[in-house]
Design a protein around this ligand. Sequence first.
Ligand code: SAH
Length: 394
Amino acid sequence: MVLYLKKGRERSLKRRHPWIFSGAIERVTGEPAPGETVEVRDSSGQVLALAAYSPASQIRARVWTFDAKASVDESFFRQKVHNALAMRRRLGAGSHTNAMRLVHGESDALPGLVVDRYADVLVAQFLSAGAERWREALLDALAEEAGCEAIFERSDAEVRKLEGLEPRIGFARGNRNASRCPIVEYGLNFRVDVEQGQKTGFFLDQRENRQRVRALCAGREVLDAFSYTGGFAIAALAGGAARVLAVESSKEAIEVARENLAANPLDASRMEFLNADVFSSLRTLRDKNRKFDLIVLDPPKFAPTASQAKNAARAYKDINLLAFKLLAPGGLLATFSCSGGVPAELFQSIVAGAALDAGVQAKVIERLGAAPDHPIALEFPEGEYLKGLLVLKG
Ligand code: SAH
């Protein structure tokens, strides 16, 4: 089966971008089923790639390989999984944690597949028609290459709907209680709720940033806004923070955060969990004239796509402005956006606007991003979703 591109629409493929949008397609021969492999040809008939067809999605095909002679079969996927795991081993990430992203979709040449490892349990997300089609082969390859018997599937992300796929949650291989997988990150213990936690259970992409914040907290008053299961808050306490206030709207997340705190030899009396909305809590704290030396703002994805960027910008500005007001002179703000629809320059200009309106002077002293087990393939800039700024007030 062949997918012919419109004249001139092969440009992004020539730069090795893996997505083919419906508008770029001239015609498709045969009737490829969801996830079936199609040959991609330019208007002159030259084969450019082999791709997974997704009839329901605007991203109508995702490239598996630019090698026209490759066979897309079980051994092809085994090799890709092998390569992804080998890269993590070379990074040496395993020397300070037993939890890491093993497969990061497009950036690991496996569009639509995300796999995280939490000690001896893998969590997999099949997010495209192509990944879904090769699910069994991928699961076999993952179990074997990672040496893990248990694979929990969290194919419940919203993007699956765009591919015309139903959600699927549960053990795909092995079975055990996975509501509290114990992991260790830089010597700190966390429990990951793989079954009901957000995304695959833990925000592994923030690992190095938690460690960075930890190094800056000695003796400081810290606010961790959007704290989920306490990642930054516990790192801050471990870094010697005088006191930490963690604000989070999910009761379940706070419950796990309390367990996480108890799982570490830390002085729990220096930690306060507040189950509340961050937007209103920041206002209350401001009205009470509370001050912090270090504030972490790690909100959820306000703008998954560029079309929501405007509303997202308002929300980012609001929380950053309030954070600047709550910071003591010389205080630090670690502020993040994980919105794919908000590029790094826009995020920085929003933070700049917030400082201006708050009437404070501030400087970016470091740029932060996702941990190296979440690589960004250069031909796939969409992979750069997590942006962070470490900002010094005054
Ligand atoms: N920093 C965390 C991850 C944060 S994810 C870590 O390192 O693990 C974002 C969190 O914000 C989620 O837990 C979500 O429940 C919470 N959240 C979303 N909207 C919120 C709001 N308005 N107020 C408080 N928490 C919110």
